[in-house]
Design a protein. Structure first.
Length: 464
């Protein structure tokens, strides 16, 4: 049904890289990373984190770009059909259809599930950015303010506005919508992140002489090995998938809009580098030290609410806090927006290419779908009158720790074991530099899938 002649394409190289960085750099970097790193031992968490980045993250990123560019050339931008096309070379079409369907179903299901809460956090960020400017949370206990925010149905307007913006951007298409937004928002995120990081390291110890922000920085970079547990190891692997947008097929989808000979090796490395700069350097140097300076070593071991419950405290008592508060929440909003656009586009592309639904109509269908799947979390706070979002936490846990990893594994096995050396040729085609054969054999065929299986085994150990 899809026709490659009519496929949209990225307008420029820089636009492509910014859009891909926008896809990866998201709430995972600024909202999720600080709380999972702080809760799982800080520096000790960073050891399995970097291991998973090199052994799983980078190789899987290369695979998603490769499958995506290949599928795009055949007119398909969603992971199921793309895996099917690749796998068909090596296994019977019937088996390839089954594999493609499984991958497609996981990609679709996970994307919808992620958005049942991800779009809410984008809405909260927008709401909090506005409330920072109006000074609404100044002199109010941040925990109480968060609860009031969650239980008040009026605040759902920010969620709906964010969804409408997303739908509008996706309707405009790849180069005129997604790329145009990424070109504005991505540089802004980096500038805002640098402002916050500078503020963090110059903060001193405003609350307790033992809690200087530099000590907070030390907490991330000085591993205390006694804190290394199996839970921190598996959380680190899950975080790598989440932050790099792997295991949903959304990197594949963006790669499907490439020119056939675009250099995907350099682009993959650039995406990983830009994402890690935002996560480890910017979020690691701003969110964790700022929280440490105000909350201390125990206080930062927060929950999903660290960004919303802890940081406003900080801005309330800081000179220029309203402005810094707005900078922080707009940063979160932009970061979430450029990632959510990628997930939204993935679902619209699926409707467009596989079911022939026109892009505009598709964007409206997905808008309604998001309202429906987001309803339980909207209702959870309003009905219970509490900000303790159990359903939310559970979904995030399942996504981060199990579901993304499964699709990642299927993608790597498809390329490295079914398509084999042709997969490497496809990866290297048009590249300025090449992935060596030994790397592909060692990582893609062995270390990456084996590590994913080991991580999955540890994740699921409570169930067997
Ligand atoms: N990589 C993005 C982030 O870090 O926020 C987007 C994303 C990908 C979110 C995968 C969630 C997810 F499961």
């Amino acid at each position: 049904m899809a026709d490659n002649q009519n496929r949209d394409q990225w307008g420029s190289k820089i636009g492509l890289i910014l859009a891909m960085a926008g896809n990866a750099v998201g709430l995972g970097n600024f909202w999720r990373f600080p709380y999972v790193a702080a809760t799982n031992g800080g520096g000790a968490f960073m050891i399995p984190y970097f291991f998973a980045l090199i052994v799983i993250g980078l190789p899987t990123m290369l695979v998603e770009w490769t499958i995506g560019r290949y599928g795009g050339a055949q007119g398909h931008g969603t992971v199921g059909p793309m895996v099917y096309i690749q796998a068909k070379k090596a296994i019977s079409p019937k088996k390839a259809i089954i594999l493609g369907s499984v991958c497609g179903a996981i990609g679709f299901g996970v994307t919808v599930l992620v958005n049942s809460y991800y779009t809410h956090i984008i809405g909260w960020s927008l709401g909090y950015a506005v409330y920072s400017l109006t000074g609404a949370y100044v002199n109010v206990d941040s925990g109480q303010f968060f609860t009031n925010y969650i239980v008040d149905p009026k605040n759902l307007i920010f969620w709906v506005i964010a969804l409408a913006f997303l739908g509008w951007a996706v309707m405009k298409g790849v180069s005129a919508g997604i790329e145009a937004w990424a070109k504005v928002m991505m540089p802004t995120i980096y500038v805002f992140g640098i402002i916050l990081a500078i503020r963090a390291v110059t903060l001193g110890a405003p609350v307790n002489p033992d809690w200087s922000s530099m000590k907070g920085l030390n907490y991330v970079w000085n591993p205390d090995l006694s804190q290394l547990t199996s839970a921190s190891v598996v959380t680190a692997a899950g975080q790598i998938f989440f932050t790099l947008s792997l295991g949903m097929g959304i990197i594949c989808n963006y790669a499907s809009y490439l020119q056939p000979d675009e250099d995907i090796v350099t682009a993959s490395v650039a995406t990983v580098a830009l994402n890690e700069f935002a996560e480890v350097i910017l979020a690691g140097t701003s969110v964790i030290p700022i929280s440490y300076a105000f909350l201390g070593p125990e206080g930062i071991k927060g929950s999903i609410g660290l960004a919303f419950m802890a940081l406003p405290n900080v801005f309330t008592s800081m000179t220029g806090g309203r402005i810094f508060g707005a900078v922080w929440f707009f940063l979160l909003f932009f970061a979430g927006f450029t990632s959510a656009i990628a997930m939204y586009n993935y679902l619209v592309a699926l409707l467009e290419e596989e079911l022939g639904v026109e892009r505009k109509k598709g964007a409206i269908v997905i808008f309604i779908l998001y309202l429906i799947v987001g309803a339980p979390i909207a209702a959870e706070g309003i009905v219970t009158g509490e900000a303790n979002l159990i359903y939310f936490t559970e979904v995030d846990n399942w996504i981060g720790n199990y579901l993304l990893i499964v699709l990642g594994l299927l993608e790597v096995i498809t390329l490295a074991w079914l398509v084999r050396d042709e997969g490497l040729e496809e990866m290297n085609r048009g590249g300025l530099w090449h992935v060596p054969k030994w790397f592909y054999r060692l990582f893609h065929q062995f270390l990456t899938p084996i590590s994913i299986i080991v991580f999955l085994g540890v994740f699921t150990r409570d169930y067997w």
